[in-house]
Design a protein around this ligand. Structure first.
Ligand code: NAP
Ligand code: SF4
Length: 675
């Protein structure tokens, strides 16, 4: 066992039970809760994480009653019939030696149905529904529903429950004056506003007895106006302990908050300072969460005394074996979550089953499996970007003899550009993971070597996989060869000198990335202080809710940037569902001028000539950067086919349009799983 992570791997004694380490797999809604055969699929999903060493697991949110589900069809636990399903999960986790809690989530005003309830009839800015205020009777019925739900969870075999009291859900809606406008015994003074969560905890404890974990997820910072003050948070934590909570898990920010809390631009473990303030205020364990994505970061959080335990949620999508790898001296083989949200939260918010960009097996454990190959084949993979890497690693894992050719000096492909974008440095982790994994699997890697048709045709390969990626789209525009014109590759990888004013042609993912790169100063550092200042967070906890009264304080932009697109739609509309708003807000904060409905006319010494609608303009910029999409790079295909070699195109070489790493990695794994 590794001694590199002594704090992480230390058991946690809860008195009546002992957790085997300090790692909680935090709650995530995966969409399996409502899917056909979903409980069997969830059982395998959670069992894999228990097998992988997670000390404690929490399920996705399960509603205690009909009003509490986010949608009318959302999973709930109300009857003995529901217990049968939940037992499948609890049994599967216990069979692997794990422990699991069921999260009870009442969404309150975040529910998207007319039966939504809350403390008051205050509509959330992110929902079209105005909730019905709970009556006194409705409040007591809801308290009872939480207790019944917990009792049923106990019957199903769970080791405990987590009560969701943060992120702006129903309990939070009672706690703060922002949403609680009542003038009865459940509103007004703080003591009244916290009565509802406390009565829930008391009722649960009375229903389940002493030897059952009752974890409460408490909001450390609401990140909304008129949220809780720090003193109030401490009072509630102490009262929760008295009411019977076993553990305090922590949450940061309501869903409607306009501060990023988990996406890639949030510094690693960026919010644990808030949890640290609670340490010593209660005698039950306190858990820190958000963007703790490597074993080293998790260990540091615990070693600093910021928390008693760490909660990792998405990192368990990225790698089911996170804890075992840390324990077995293989932390370099952990596939780290890069905070992109592209296949997890973005999927959930578009009604799909959750998965993971860097690990497409996540939540697909029962249908996508990597089995040993019956016959070993010699496989050449040309291109070491995300598609080629995932293909090579999967094929090698299955026992195939894989040789990878990469013309650049390092593996990673487009991720080598992503990793230099401010806030995206974790993309480096994926490159490092594949470097370590391919070495571990014995893949032969030829770096800095451009494979030739003859070499491949005569190399005795059974399969040739072309993962040669993309080339930037060449535009047919007067002045495109002007010295002021650069491609995004020149800027991000070529070290091109860029002037003080820039027009970016193309406002897709790469256009936004390049804009963020260009407005950041050269000595830009991804540090905590700069992040909190930029987003207006009060790290001294002097304000109710944790927002600075003066608002966001972004650093002065290093350049004047125009971000242009031909479409008339809002720039950034194609960005991720749960991260697009952050990128658009960042553009605003940095003074980037986004312009839609542009017709490009020419580029000359005066700058970029455009029409916006009918109006002609000359943007007198020092440089024009082309971010206008890509074309497939397939230069080897014809030559190989002429020689009778069958090739398989994957990633951008297959389809370049709107290629993203998610599709590339997924395709690589699925094809290699079947070869
Ligand atoms: P993209 O998203 O397809 O955007 C390219 C942009 O160029 C389009 O928005 C298009 O807008 C413009 N364009 C296309 N043809 C043009 C032409 N002939 N002349 C002028 N403009 C033209 O491609 P990308 O930005 O290169 O990104 C590639 C992929 O990487 C995307 O699928 C994206 O998902 C992924 N990515 C995502 C992120 C992120 O989510 N943050 C970051 C980086 C990359 P108009 O036609 O309206 O001008
Ligand atoms: Fe993390 Fe992205 Fe995977 Fe979600 S999709 S778990 S954010 S790497």
């Amino acid at each position: 066992m590794s001694n590199k992570f002594p704090n992480l791997l230390e058991p946690l004694d809860l008195g009546f039970t002992k957790l085997k380490n300090r790692v909680l797999m935090g709650s995530m809604h995966t969409g399996l809760e409502e899917a056909p055969n979903g409980f069997q699929r969830m059982a395998e999903f959670f069992a894999a994480r228990a097998r992988g060493g997670a000390g404690l697991i929490v399920t996705g949110g399960i509603a205690p009653n009909d009003e509490g589900g986010a949608m009318p069809h959302m999973a709930r636990l109300k009857t003995d019939e529901d217990v049968v399903n939940h037992k499948i999960i609890a049994d599967a986790v216990h069979a692997e030696g794990g422990a699991i809690l069921m999260q009870i989530l009442h969404t309150g005003r975040y529910a998207f149905h007319p039966g939504a309830v809350s403390a008051s009839a205050e509509k959330a800015p992110i929902s079209p529904v105005t909730p019905n205020p709970l009556t006194e009777e409705g409040i007591w019925r809801t308290i009872e529903d939480f207790a019944t739900c917990s009792k049923l969870a106990q019957k199903a075999g769970y080791d405990g429950v987590e009560v969701m009291g943060s992120e702006g859900y129903l309990l939070n809606q009672f706690i703060v004056t922002h949403t609680n406008k009542r003038d009865d015994d459940w509103g007004g003074v703080y003591e009244n506003r916290i009565r509802f969560p406390l009565e829930i905890v008391r009722a649960i404890r009375a229903a389940v007895g002493e030897n059952f974990i009752l974890m409460f997820r408490l909001s450390m910072l609401d990140l909304i106006e008129n949220g809780s003050t720090w003193d109030e948070v401490v009072i509630l934590a102490k009262e929760l302990e008295k009411a019977g909570a076993t553990i305090i898990n922590t949450g940061i920010g309501w869903h409607e908050a306009r501060v990023p809390t988990i996406a890639h631009m949030v510094p690693r473990a960026g919010w644990t300072w808030a949890t640290k303030r609670l340490m010593g205020e209660v005698s039950i364990p306190v858990i820190a969460s958000n963007r703790i994505n490597t074993a080293e970061t998790a260990e540091e959080v615990l070693a600093r005394g910021d928390a008693d335990m760490v909660s990792l949620a998405r990192p368990f999508l990225a790698d089911a074996d996170f804890v075992n790898k840390a324990a077995n001296g293989q932390a370099n083989l952990i596939n780290a979550c890069i905070g992109c949200n592209q296949a997890c939260l973005d999927n959930i918010f578009s009604g799909q089953i959750c998965s993971c960009l860097v690990n497409p097996l996540a939540c697909h454990e029962t249908e996508l499996t990597i089995e040993a190959a019956s016959t070993t084949r010699r496989i050449a993979v040309i291109g070491g970007g995300p598609a080629g890497l995932s293909y090579a690693a999967t094929a090698a894992k299955r026992g195939h003899d894989v040789t990878l050719f990469e013309s650049a000096a390092r593996l990673g492909g487009q991720f080598n550009m992503a990793r230099v974008i401010p806030g995206k440095s974790d993309y480096e982790e994926t490159i490092k993971y594949y470097e370590a994994q391919l070495a571990d699997l014995g893949v032969t890697i030829n770096l800095g070597s451009r494979a030739t048709v003859d070499q491949l045709a005569e190399g005795g390969f059974d399969e040739v996989i072309l993962a040669t990626g993309v080339t930037p789209r060449q535009l047919d525009l007067e002045g495109i060869d002007h010295p002021s014109v650069l491609s995004y590759i020149d800027v991000l990888q070529g070290g091109a000198e860029v002037g003080k004013s820039v027009a970016i042609m193309g406002a897709g993912g790469i256009g936004f990335d390049v804009a963020e790169f260009l407005v950041a100063s050269e000595d830009h550092e991804e540090n905590h202080a700069a992040f909190f200042k930029e987003w207006g967070v009060d790290t001294q906890s002097k304000t109710a809710g944790g927002l600075l009264p003066e608002g966001p304080q972004p650093a002065a932009p290093a350049r004047e940037v125009y971000l242009l697109q031909r479409k008339a739609s809002r720039p950034g509309a194609s960005l991720g569902k749960t991260t697009g708003w952050i990128h658009r807000a960042q553009m605003k904060l940095s003074g980037v001028k986004t312009v839609s409905a542009v017709t490009y006319q020419k580029i000359d010494n005066d700058g970029l000539h455009i029409l916006v609608g009918e109006e002609s303009q000359v943007l007198a910029v020092d440089n024009v950067v082309i971010c206008a999409g890509q074309e497939p790079q397939r230069e080897l295909q014809a030559g190989l086919e002429e020689k009778g070699v069958k090739v398989t195109l994957i990633g951008g070489a297959d389809v370049a349009a709107e290629l993203d790493a998610r599709r590339a990695i997924d395709q690589g794994i699925r094809l290699a799983a079947a070869v």
